[in-house]
Design a protein. Structure first.
Length: 158
C-alpha cells in the first residue's frame, strides 16, 4: 500500500525517489525569474517617480530624494528633457559619504517650457510641474478634390 501512493500520480512534485538529486522543473525556474523581475520593477517604480498629466493641461512629476538639501540639487531643462541631479558630500574625522544621482525624464508633448517650476517638500519629495500650451482651435476647411483627366485623344493618335 505504501508503494502505491508513490506510483498513483506521476505528476505530483513528490517523486524525489527517482534520483537523489532534485528534478529539473523549468516552470519553477520561470516562476522564480518572474518573481525576481516583478520585485525589481516594483522597486524601480518607487525610485523613478510618477508622472501625472491632467485634462486641464497640467503635468506633474514627483519622486523622493531623501537625504538631499535644496542647495545640493540642480534641475535643468535640455530640449524636451528635464534633468535632475543631486550631490551630497559629508566628511567626518573617520569617514566620508558621497552620494550622487541623476534622473532624466522626457516632457509630455506640448508643454510650455517657460511654465516649468519645481519645489521640495518636508518629506523629501521633489515636484516638477508645468502647464501645457493652449492648443489653437482647429480651423476646419474643406479641401476640394480635383479630377485629373487623361488625354485619351493623344493616345489614340499615337
Amino acid at each position: 500500500m505504501a508503494l502505491m501512493s508513490l506510483f498513483s500520480d506521476p505528476f505530483t512534485p513528490n517523486y524525489r525517489w527517482i534520483s537523489p538529486r532534485s528534478y529539473y522543473d523549468p516552470l519553477r525556474d520561470v516562476s522564480r525569474i518572474l518573481n525576481i523581475a516583478d520585485a525589481l520593477m516594483h522597486r524601480m517604480d518607487q525610485h523613478l517617480g510618477q508622472l501625472d498629466v491632467t485634462e486641464d493641461g497640467k503635468f506633474q512629476y514627483g519622486f523622493k530624494i531623501d537625504g538631499f538639501h535644496p542647495e545640493e540639487l540642480k534641475v535643468d531643462l535640455e530640449g524636451d528633457e528635464i534633468i535632475v541631479q543631486g550631490e551630497h558630500k559629508q566628511q567626518d574625522e573617520s569617514q566620508s559619504i558621497h552620494r550622487t544621482f541623476v534622473r532624466k525624464f522626457k516632457l509630455p508633448t506640448g508643454v510650455d517650457k517657460e511654465s516649468i517650476r519645481c519645489n521640495l517638500d518636508d518629506n523629501g519629495v521633489l515636484q516638477v510641474y508645468g502647464q501645457k500650451l493652449a492648443l489653437e482651435e482647429s480651423q476646419k476647411r474643406n479641401i476640394p478634390i480635383d479630377l485629373k483627366k487623361e488625354e485619351k485623344e493623344n493616345k489614340k493618335d499615337e
